[in-house]
Design a protein around this ligand. Structure first.
Ligand SMILES: Nc1ncnc2c1ncn2[C@@H]1O[C@H](COP(=O)(O)OP(=O)(O)O)[C@@H](O)[C@H]1O
Ligand SMILES: [Mg+2]
Length: 338
């Protein structure tokens, strides 16, 4: 059997591809919002919206890397609010990316210290806040908005989620921000993305055309899932000593590929989201009241407000980790299973 894979990096999840397929319009829009930065001016704040796996995070990073090539001294910081959701955690992460946090700890450092460090940067800074709807404290956005040298890219699934969570001051200030919408990929677009990875990472003719089509179908517009299917298929084909990935190979790993994504999302959860996830997992199914009680018991004096808990649960739902039925205090939560 020949080697199937020539470059495993192309299949890694954090890999930013050389080419982003079918995102030309969105890339252009985001680049032009940030363009003033290349002349030392502040950019236009921008939102990136779209469901899971449509390239939101990758598009933002891709545009920033392009900009870095075009102009000197562009600095940017990325923070995923799923893992760092408190105001100090977000500001600390950004200050760290700016290279100004070496002597500061999250605990015990007031938010204003981080804000001052960012203000004192000589030059423009882009703050990327991913999954921003789970941000605990909307004044984080206001603080960044007030900095004359900081441009924000705010990434989230639904425009509605975001605005119901922001307070009205933040909302009114961001009303004029650029909005970039990403839709699920069509079948043909997904095939192009998969082919891009195959060309970058596989020996020629090691994935059958049928298998590519089949993976594109299963992935249903989610590139993260498509690439996970490809990665798993390659690993399985090597394991069973096949020289080609065919539809039957894909069939054998599709459930595992889904589980893998599930686990990866669980790994990215912040402490309190994970607590909630584990309570629901332990119970199988649980009502809102009971869930609140068990959460307060576990978290003790650190328990977040009911409003914050709702945000966390929304995040878990969007990641397809849990499902909910009913509404208000009759809401019931259950683990999502396949
Ligand atoms: N247009 C594209 N071309 C090539 N790869 C893509 C494209 N869109 C997404 N990907 C890949 O799919 C995966 C998921 O993309 P990501 O940006 O994390 O999605 P999101 O942030 O919307 O959930 C990443 O591995 C990314 O490199
Ligand atoms: Mg993302």
């Amino acid at each position: 059997m020949g080697r199937l894979i020539t470059d495993a990096r192309a299949l890694r999840s954090g890999y930013v591809p050389q080419e982003l397929y079918h995102r030309e319009g969105q890339i252009a829009k985001l680049s032009s919002a940030l363009r003033p930065i290349t002349h030392g001016d502040i950019g236009e704040d921008a939102f990136v919206f779209g469901p899971s796996g449509v390239g939101k995070t990758t598009t933002a990073k891709f545009v920033l890397r392009q900009l870095e090539h075009e102009a000197f001294g562009i600095r940017w910081g990325y923070v995923n609010c799923m893992s760092d959701s408190s105001k100090s955690a977000v500001l600390h992460a950004l200050t760290k990316h700016a290279g100004r946090a070496a002597d500061l700890r999250i605990e015990g450092t007031p938010a204003s210290t981080f804000v001052d460090r960012l203000r004192e940067l000589d030059g423009q800074f882009v703050a990327v806040l991913d999954e921003v709807d789970v941000l605990e404290d909307p004044t984080t956005i206001l603080a960044l908005y007030d900095l004359p040298n900081v441009t924000m890219i705010l990434i989230t699934v639904h425009e509605d989620d975001l605005f119901t969570n922001l307070d009205s001051r933040a909302e009114s200030r961001l009303r004029g921000a650029e909005k970039v919408h990403l839709e699920k990929y069509s079948h043909d677009e997904m095939v192009d993305i998969l082919r891009g990875r195959i060309d970058a990472g596989f020996e020629p003719n090691t994935v059958s055309d049928d298998a590519v089509d089949y993976i594109a179908d299963i992935a249903a517009g989610d590139a993260r899932f498509g690439i996970a299917l490809l990665r798993r298929s390659a690993r399985w084909a090597i394991e069973i000593q096949r020289s080609q990935i065919t539809t039957d190979v894909v069939d054998e790993i599709r459930d595992e590929a889904r589980d893998e994504l599930h686990m990866r999302h669980v790994d990215a959860l912040s402490t309190h989201q994970r607590m909630l996830y584990e309570i629901i997992k332990g119970a199988g199914e649980i009502g809102a009241g009971e869930l609140r009680e068990q959460y307060e018991e576990r978290a003790g004096s650190n328990a977040k407000t009911a409003r914050m808990q709702r945000k966390y649960l929304n995040g878990l739902t969007r990641y397809n980790l849990i499902r909910s039925h009913g509404s208000g205090r009759w809401t019931r939560y259950e683990l999502r299973q396949y």
